[in-house]
Design a protein around this ligand. Structure first.
Ligand SMILES: NC(=O)c1ccc[n+]([C@@H]2O[C@H](COP(=O)([O-])OP(=O)(O)OC[C@H]3O[C@@H](n4cnc5c(N)ncnc54)[C@H](OP(=O)(O)O)[C@@H]3O)[C@@H](O)[C@H]2O)c1
Length: 235
């Protein structure tokens, strides 16, 4: 689909990659951008319509879908990190919160917005996933990786089911981006603006999955290496 003249909705758009998506959409000629956030106070860019949304609140999602009917591009960007051992007593709370935000939230958004997307000749969903959907940093990302693996599977299922109504689904997989979420991670990180631009270009090119950096490409290749990377080589 083309970004020019599209009407987009970006979740978690008040900072990080979400804010970069808003900038990239405007630069690429979107006619309207709904910038969804739990706290919209800082969203003041001209041409942007701030909308209040917590993706873990189903009633807010359905109210928003009733309020804005003109969206033809949904970007499921909102997400939470959080690190720890899967065997620690706190891990179930972390797992629950990460699943609600990173996997269930995007699914609820897709359920609510799919009928609105179907009204357009051209429509799409971008799901922001992660290289960590395919690998785990031992003792650190077990629950996050599980939530992103679920998000990946759900994104694939959405693509299959939305094909009939002509809605494209693009999964973005990326390693580390220079945002608050990866602040404590040492080493090279991708620019959020660059990742947002690349993702919109991939959507325009009709791609279904974007492996946005070399680390992600190597993690993906590691799924079929011998031994596969997920058996422990990330550690
Ligand atoms: N940074 C990385 O290295 C990296 C790598 C791969 C994938 N990702 C993914 O990229 C996406 C964006 O992350 P980021 O790097 O931009 O992280 P970030 O800077 O921490 O921003 C996260 C955004 O998600 C929002 N959010 C969190 N929970 C929410 C909820 N329940 N409802 C609505 N919004 C919510 C936050 O809003 P508040 O300001 O209200 O908290 C914030 O706007 C996430 O899905 C993340 O998993 C990030």
């Amino acid at each position: 689909m083309k970004i020019q003249n599209s009407v987009a909705l970006v979740t978690g758009s008040n900072r990080g990659l979400g804010a970069a998506f808003v900038r990239a959409l405007l630069a690429a000629g979107a006619s309207k951008v709904y910038a969804a956030a739990r706290d919209c106070k800082g969203i003041t860019e001209p041409g942007v319509v701030p909308v209040s949304l917590d993706v873990t609140r189903p009633e807010q999602i359905s109210a928003l879908a009733q309020e804005i009917g003109d969206v033809n591009l949904l970007i499921n960007n909102a997400g939470i990190g959080g690190a720890g051992s899967v065997l620690s007593p706190d891990s179930l709370t972390l797992l629950h919160n990460q699943f609600e935000t990173n996997a269930v939230g995007p699914l609820r958004m897709a359920q609510a917005f799919a009928p609105l997307l179907a009204r357009h000749d051209s429509s799409a969903i971008i799901n922001v996933i992660s290289a960590l959907s395919w690998a785990t940093l031992p003792g650190i990302t077990g629950t996050y990786s599980a939530s992103k693996a679920a998000a990946w599977a759900l994104s694939n299922a959405m693509r299959q089911e939305l094909k009939a109504q002509g809605t494209d689904v693009l999964s973005l997989h990326v390693a580390f981006i220079d945002t608050d979420m990866a602040r404590g991670v040492p080493g090279e990180k991708a620019s959020p603006d660059e990742i947002a631009r690349m993702t919109l270009s991939a959507l325009e090119a009709g791609e279904s999955e974007l492996l946005a950096d070399k680390v992600t490409e190597s993690v993906h290749a590691g799924l079929t290496s011998h031994p596969p990377m997920y058996l422990g080589m990330m550690g």
